[in-house]
Ligand binder design. Sequence first.
Ligand SMILES: [Fe+2]
Ligand SMILES: [Fe+2]
Length: 234
Amino acid sequence: MGSVTNLKLAMETAGFGESSEERIFFTGPWSSDDRTRHMRLQARKAAAGLMREFVARGMETESHCERVAIWARRLARELGLSSERVLDVELGALLHDIGYISLASVDFHRESTLSHADLFELRRHCELGAALLYRIPVLRRAIPLVLSHHEEFGGSGYPSGASGVAIPIDGRIFHLVDAFESMTSDRPYRARVSEEDARIEIASQTGKLFDPVVEAAFNRIDPVEWRGLVASVG
Ligand SMILES: [Fe+2]
Ligand SMILES: [Fe+2]
């Protein structure tokens, strides 16, 4: 039995091979893009179960996670990352706050009334998320972003307080995308700002919160394209 047939059998046993995208994977010769697409399907499937649990507990909305994943993917491409590294960034963005699952005892919706001890506990979600994903080999590639998504370019973030390019590019991309998404979406405690104002705010914090190289790439992407990417996300 050939190796492709073996793989196909293994994939079918694992529940793959049903969608047209998955069928295309088994035709034609494999390129590195095919391999990345295959890994993406596997990882997305593994992530879906975790995300269901996460969203069911009201920890984050699915649309927020989808939007930041789509935008982080686009920005990673603009920065010239390889297709495999783009996948790392996309998955990391999708799962960025997954560590909250391990913090079920803290009600983080009551952030204004949280004690210092609670805040300290909440900040552990980066490391807890990384530890959780380490146990799921197909999702380990998301760890650099999950671990570094609250680091700030100037070194005032957490958990490590790393600065500049010592922060993985995954985390530097996400930090900007998350800020833009957060500012341009309504939240229970404040109304959204316009995209133009969000861009001005990001520019004013570049060097302190955001990587200038990442911000320059962000500004190269046409705002119409940027908006269109998430138009179908609820
Ligand atoms: Fe977070
Ligand atoms: Fe988030």
